[in-house]
Design a binder for this molecule. Structure first.
Ligand SMILES: Cc1ncc(C[n+]2csc(CCOP(=O)(O)OP(=O)(O)O)c2C)c(N)n1
Ligand SMILES: [Mg+2]
Length: 578
């Protein structure tokens, strides 16, 4: 008997599992390999044990950045990005990113530890007490809480399905502290786990909906296709390209759909946007919503008389959500289904659709040529100090030479000028502020982009935008990620020239002049570059891409160069009065 005892003890140990282990097992079983988070009570051991079990656990300096990383990882991979936070304050820090994921339709799961239910519910003042589930629910596509270890498998499965199926979004999963230490018979634990089968089922469009859409296209004389980030998410790149090229219809990519076809494609109408929107007669939206970014499909942008008037276009809307149609204007032909299936069905039914009339294509071509020539002239100038254009001419060249690099972008002028000047050549390379125009996604996006794509990352950041996540340069250095951050530094929000009429404090839009952001990167062992000319900027970027070292280039821009709110001055009530 004595000789078998150690074996019995080992078996007995192995025969028991716990909440920590079941969370890890459930994630791994579903192919999740990375957690973006920040440790503390009650999830510190979860981060340790996850790492010991081979998950990649990336620790951030602030949960918001971990959350943004998880959200964009979801966009890039079609797997839910996992953000892991501690209770109350950590949870709240992560919540912004959860709401961002829901708004942008990115699959993400915010997993947060929480305090003891019975104390929280009686409001007896627990450590980090908060009713997190109730707070997360309105900001998430779905929200769940698990109280018993044997339900962890179901909780994780439900979260994954909710995040990925239909229109993706942010999901909250609440795991109270007591859950982690609960033990369970190991075999029962294994049986309780669920490997989610087909988490994002195809949704095939109805044939009559496809026919209705094709009939509209056939009758169009000035057709236009608008590609949104839903089209980019769908990873139906070949089908989308085939539809655009077989129909010969000009297309406009929304910001994160840039590169779905190369921006230099002859059918790309970006350089003639303000011409094609009001002039088009049939517009096919593919994974693009008619929200503020498309002026709600009406008003002067679309040729309407007043700011709410319909411009007369007929709309086809290809979208996974049946509720999206008619959100702002009438949709004459909704095609509901996943983008890949919808585009495939349209291709199958296309027959020999005639190419759009030559006068439409010629008019667009002429507008484009004129605008591109005008822009080329501006870009060729070499003013001192540098301005957005002379700096971005460099970025444009570097991106053209490195089309596989991921491209992160945030700011106001730093966003708007970059979007229109820097061409993208491949799908899902450009990731930016998204639906809300939110500042703060920068460094979180950089970490996730580097980790999930294993490509180099270039980030173009306004100096204000960078500040929201700037401390994560330590994270870039800690994980030695090949990220080159370029700050277009104009000493402030929009500009660095505002003056407080009363004297005293500087104006609210103004920062320390000539701030040396590059030293922040040097503090953690990365490369810092101070660039006052396009040549210095170019050398800094090329060195960074060659060395793959985390690099921050502080590109000094004329502080008078920006405009209030960049391209969206009209949305700013006080600016209008000026
Ligand atoms: C979370 C959040 N806070 C505030 C804003 C308002 N906002 C819009 S752009 C911007 C910063 C613009 O300055 P910068 O990034 O330096 O770009 P610039 O126009 O100077 O190039 C701010 C604060 C926002 N969009 N998101
Ligand atoms: Mg600025």
């Amino acid at each position: 008997m004595g000789t078998v005892e150690p074996q019995v003890a080992a078996d007995a140990q192995a025969a028991v599992t716990d909440g920590f282990q079941l969370v890890i097992d459930a994630l791994k079983l579903n192919g999740i390999d990375t957690i973006y988070g920040l440790p503390g009570i009650p999830i510190t051991d979860l981060t340790r044990r996850a790492q010991a079990e081979g998950l990649r656990v990336l620790a951030f300096r602030h949960e918001q950045n971990a959350g943004y990383a998880a959200s964009i990882a979801g966009f890039l991979t079609q797997k839910p990005g996992i953000c892991l936070t501690v209770s109350a304050p950590g949870f709240l820090n992560g919540l912004n990113a959860l709401a961002h994921a829901t708004t942008n339709c990115f699959p993400m799961i915010l997993i947060s530890g929480s305090s003891e239910r019975e104390i929280v519910d009686l409001q007896q003042g627990d450590y980090e007490e908060m009713d997190q589930l109730a707070i997360a629910r309105p900001l998430a596509k779905a929200a769940f809480r698990v109280l018993h270890a044997e339900d962890i498998g179901v909780g994780v499965a439900r979260a994954i399905r909710a995040a990925l199926s239909g229109r993706p979004g942010g999901v909250y999963l609440d795991l109270p502290a007591k859950l982690f230490a609960q033990s369970l018979d190991a075999a029962a634990g294994r049986r309780s786990l669920i490997k989610v089968v087909d988490p994002a089922p195809k949704q095939i469009p109805a044939p009559d909906a496809v026919q209705r859409a094709l009939a509209l296209l056939k009758g169009a004389t000035r057709p236009l296709i608008v590609l949104g980030k839903g089209a980019a998410y769908a990873q139906a790149d070949a089908e989308i390209r085939a539809l655009v090229e077989r129909t010969g219809i000009p297309y406009l990519p929304m910001s994160m759909a840039k590169g779905l076809l190369p921006d230099t494609h002859e059918q790309c109408a970006s350089a003639a946007r303000s011409f094609v929107l009001p002039a088009a007669d049939v517009v096919m939206l593919v994974g693009a919503r008619l929200n503020w970014l498309l002026s709600h499909g009406k008003g002067k942008t679309w040729g309407g008389k007043g700011h709410k008037d319909w411009g007369g276009q007929k709309f086809i809307q290809v979208d996974i959500s049946p509720q999206e149609a008619d959100s702002n204007v009438r949709i004459d032909a909704p095609v509901v289904g996943d983008i890949g299936s919808c585009i495939a069905a349209m291709l199958a039914g296309l027959g020999n659709l005639p190419k759009p009339p030559a006068d439409w294509l010629t008019a667009i071509h002429d507008k484009k040529t004129a605008n591109v020539a005008r822009m080329a002239e501006t870009l060729a100038k070499n003013p001192s100090p540098m301005n957005f254009h002379s700096a971005l001419a460099v970025v444009r060249d570097v991106v053209r030479s490195n089309p596989d690099a991921m491209f992160v972008n945030e700011g106001a002028n730093a966003l708007d000028f970059t979007r229109s000047i820097v061409d993208m050549y491949k799908p899902r390379k450009r990731i930016d502020v998204g639906t809300w125009g939110v500042m703060g996604v920068g460094m979180g996006y950089c970490v996730a982009a580097a980790v999930v794509t294993r490509q180099q990352v270039i980030a173009v950041e306004g100096d204000s935008a960078f500040g929201f996540s700037g401390m994560e340069v330590e994270t870039l250095c800690r994980y030695n990620l090949p990220v080159c951050v370029v700050i277009l530094n104009n000493n402030g929000v929009y500009k660095g020239t505002d003056v407080n009429p009363r004297g005293g404090d500087v104006a609210p839009t103004v920062f320390v002049k000539d701030a040396r952001y590059e030293k922040l990167m040097e503090a953690f062992g990365g490369v810092g570059v101070y660039a006052t000319t396009p040549a210095e900027l170019r050398k800094g970027m090329e060195d960074a891409l060659r060395s793959r070292k985390p690099t921050l280039i502080n590109a000094m821009i004329d502080e008078t160069a920006g405009t209030e709110s960049g391209r969206i001055t009209s949305l700013n009530p006080s600016a209008k009065k000026k």
